[in-house]
Design a protein around this ligand. Structure first.
Ligand code: NAP
Length: 292
């Protein structure tokens, strides 16, 4: 299959590489030439704009930042919709608000293009390993067309429901991961300040009900004080704002997600936005007498 890929950052780059490894013809575009180079070196073709990518492929995938970026690469002046061949399926795998995904889907449909929202979970590690969780919203026909591409990038590929349903699942995921990363940071900071070795505490907790991928992966990186992103804190703030805005629209109470959102607001406000979301540990330490 011919697959286009727009946006080659921390996640997009390894995802597009896995499409190549899966034997697909891949055409890429990124707004900075240096972002495209690793894909060109690996055998992908480059194109000058999203519309030029769309003209050459059957399925076009975007992996950018937020809803305005998806609008731009899909529907903008040189967006994918401007070059689409009949039958093109457009897939956005970024994390954006469910309402924004439905709106973009409607606009693309009006241009004759079927659209899937298909955000992912599993982080950079999962993107490199091709083991992402992929949660899709959209028509059965579009899902069937995109499935061979999903199978190269993910292990747990679920068609959640109609347009927007994938982003609803992802927002639910971000409640769990946001609260989870804060909980792990709190537990490890607590253990250390209360006089136990946090590495041994983590090891002990990993055998019980408190174990999680977040304790395993993020907990280890907290112990290593490896704050290189991974998943940037400003992105987690973006995702929690999507959660809180959707909850506001629906009149839902999300007390722990709300508190976690405040922590991520403070991360960005205190200059930690470009660091990994596990740097929430630093903020807790700052508010608890420093790192000891
Ligand atoms: P990233 O490294 O910042 O990559 C985003 C890429 O999109 C960048 O290369 C950026 O280009 C490009 N981009 C952004 N806006 C654009 C626009 N308007 N036009 C063209 N290109 C644009 O971020 P990431 O971590 O890969 O995240 C991508 C998406 O995946 C986000 O929605 C994020 O929430 C989601 N996500 C991330 C993770 C994770 O662990 N990192 C996990 C699951 C989901 P430049 O390089 O030129 O800035």
């Amino acid at each position: 299959m011919k697959i286009g890929f727009l946006g080659l950052g921390i996640m997009g780059r390894p995802m597009a590489l896995n499409l190549l490894k899966g034997g697909h013809e891949v055409v890429v575009w990124a707004r900075r030439a240096e972002s495209m180079q690793p894909l060109l070196d690996a055998g992908a073709a480059g194109a000058a704009s999203p519309s030029a990518v769309a003209a050459a492929v059957d399925v076009v995938i975007s992996m950018v930042a937020d809803a305005p970026d998806v609008e731009q690469v899909m529907l903008g002046e040189h967006g994918a919709s401007k070059g689409a061949k009949p039958g093109l399926v457009a897939v956005d795998m970024s994390t954006i608000a469910p309402a924004a995904a439905r709106d973009i889907g409607d606009k693309l449909k009006a241009a004759g293009i079927d659209f899937l929202d298909a955000p992912v979970s599993g982080g950079e590690v999962g993107a490199i390993a091709g083991t992402l969780s992929i949660m899709a919203g959209g028509s059965d026909a579009a899902f069937a067309r995109a499935k061979p591409a999903f199978d190269c990038m993910g292990k747990n590929v679920v068609h959640v429901g109609p347009s927007g349903a994938g982003q609803v699942a992802k927002a639910a995921n971000q409640i769990l991961t946001g609260v989870g990363v804060l909980a792990v940071a709190e537990a490890l900071n607590f253990a250390k300040k209360a006089g136990a070795d946090p590495a041994r505490v983590r090891e002990a907790l990993m055998g019980g009900f408190a174990n999680s991928k977040i304790l395993e992966n993020h907990g280890q990186r907290m112990l290593d004080r490896n704050f290189k992103p991974g998943f940037k804190s400003w992105m987690h703030q973006k995702d929690l704002n999507i959660v809180m805005k959707t909850a506001h629209e629906l009149g839902l109470m999300l007390p722990t997600a709300a508190a976690t959102t405040q922590m991520f607001n403070a991360m960005v406000g205190s200059g930690l936005g470009e660091e990994d979301s596990i740097a929430v540990l630093k903020l807790l330490e700052d508010l608890s007498g420093g790192e000891r």
